[in-house]
Design a protein around this ligand. Structure first.
Ligand code: ZN
Length: 222
């Protein structure tokens, strides 16, 4: 009987022997005192874009919401199931995080699907189609631009969707009020999985810039 994939069990044993062994006190402290992360990261489900790895964080440091294409839906208190809004509510109202980072990434499958106007639903429920319709107006405008290459369109929509998500974040009254009081700061960032580059959004212009371009240039083998 296989309880878990062997790769996961092997990884868990390594975690216990190394990370947990080195950080036992930290885990015990977090268990007794609870978590107090200062930052909420909203990231994609993509297995290549894990925020805990990209930001080299310790347990308890960042609170993470992951969904397809790191989208934030608008504030809709309609009694339906809203996983992202529920986690956002908890992070802002209970944990009182000081920062929210919407972290997009290159080669995002969700964004690719949104740009592919001929793609068929993966299942009758078409959950991805419904979810990605959050960025449909931008996706249609970008997809129709024949002056851009497919790669440029993809990167453009990945970054536009981050700005969309930041706008939707501000539609939540708790986020809007705390940001205006200066107790909460919103950020956008985009991670290039092929080079490791992190591009950070300038909050005033919406442009994405590399804060540490020399970091990538120093990588061995480049
Ligand atoms: Zn993605």
């Amino acid at each position: 009987m296989t309880m878990l994939p062997e790769k996961l069990l092997t990884g868990y044993r390594t975690f216990m022997a190394q990370r947990y062994a080195n950080e036992t006190m930290r885990y015990r402290q977090l268990a007794e005192q609870g978590q107090t992360p200062e930052t909420l990261v909203i990231a994609c489900c993509d297995s290549r874009a894990a925020p805990e790895i990209i930001f080299d964080t310790s347990p308890g440091e960042i609170f993470v919401i992951r969904n397809v294409a790191n989208l934030v839906p608008p504030y809709e208190p309609d009694g339906e199931y809203h996983a992202t809004s529920a986690a956002l509510e908890f992070a802002v109202q209970s944990l009182k995080v000081k920062n929210i980072v919407v972290l997009g990434h290159g080669r995002c499958g969700g964004i690719k699907a949104a740009l592919d106007t001929e793609s068929k639903p993966l299942s009758p429920g078409d959950f991805i189609g419904k979810w990605m319709s959050l960025v449909a107006p931008a996706a249609e405008a970008v997809a129709a631009n024949e002056l851009m290459t497919p790669f440029e369109r993809q990167t453009a929509l990945e970054r536009i969707s981050i700005r969309y998500s930041l706008r939707n974040l501000r539609s939540f009254p708790c986020v809007d009020i705390l940001e205006k009081k200066g107790r909460l700061t919103l950020h956008g960032a985009w991670f290039d999985i092929s080079t490791g580059e992190l591009w950070v959004m300038n909050p005033e212009t919406g442009d994405f810039l590399r804060p540490d371009p020399e970091l990538v240039d120093l990588q061995p083998g480049q």
